[in-house]
Design a protein around this ligand. Sequence first.
Ligand SMILES: Nc1ncnc2c1ncn2[C@@H]1O[C@H](COP(=O)(O)OP(=O)(O)OP(=O)(O)O)[C@@H](O)[C@H]1O
Ligand SMILES: [Mg+2]
Length: 321
Amino acid sequence: MTTTSLSSPPTFTPLSRDKLAAARVLVVGDTMLDRYWYGAVDRISPEAPVPVVRITREEERIGGSANVAYNVVTLGAQASLLTVVGEDEASHKLEALVAKTGITAHFGRDAALKTTVKLRVIGRQQQLLRLDFENTPPSEVLASQSATFVDLLPQHQVVLMSDYGKGGLTHVTEMIANAIAAGKPVLVDPKGSDYTRYKNASVITPNRAELQQVVGSWHSEDELRTKAHNLREQLGLQAVLLTRSEDGMTLFDAQGELSVKAAAREVFDVTGAGDTVIASLAALVAAGLTLREAMPWANKAGGIVVGKFGTATASYEELIA
Ligand SMILES: Nc1ncnc2c1ncn2[C@@H]1O[C@H](COP(=O)(O)OP(=O)(O)OP(=O)(O)O)[C@@H](O)[C@H]1O
Ligand SMILES: [Mg+2]
């Protein structure tokens, strides 16, 4: 086993803009609408001991797998997004926002599905409440997604599964099997405690808490190594990429392991870094890099977005700078 220690500087394989432009990633997963309502708080409600927020401004952003696909596009690669939504106001908003990004959208619609919305109410500079709207997608719309997935596969070099545990990836095992049979690498951002559903994927990218939920906690790097390699072998994965926030990331593969230190200079907003990491990995693998070659770039991309407020994407120019 070869081990690259945390202290060795990462090597950056050259990354051509043309190859990235020709890279096509098929993103499948749970899409959501992130909504922010900002307002003024001047009084307490006469109805209950809660503040009354007079809404003055509204903001909306694409979230979940749509944000992942957007990260593929901002790097200069191409992304298709296969996802299920409802037939409600939020789904139309989401569609309009996605249309502006350059993502090729394939929305499966079902009136029985509530489009996932996370609504934050913000007053006096702080979040007062978050309201989540969601339910489980009906099986008919999911079955039709699986059929569309098989049709879309040949036009893409890489598949990216963005699991937010909302039920959009109910048929993930079968989709992975189809993609691998077609010779397409599959990258998975996992959720939950049952990873057998991701069996035979190329790589999964859990963060520390997510991996711990599945393999238990570790007390040393040795113990982590054993647990990660066991998981990799049990699930028939090529690699496990553990993202470690301020400690960078470690790739466990058949060759051994490879670690890189976090690349951020200043940290402002850590949300969305995981989305950026897997999106960059997928775009770069689609552009012809190996996982080991793509990893330092993905780590750098993660470092770029944690240094930004709000916008959680990195551009090609920022990446190669
Ligand atoms: N505090 C930090 N300092 C430096 N780099 C960071 C920090 N947080 C995240 N990163 C970078 O982003 C990558 C992914 O972060 P992390 O492991 O937190 O993923 P995550 O928990 O899936 O993120 P998300 O909030 O998007 O779900 C890290 O591997 C690292 O490169
Ligand atoms: Mg994550």
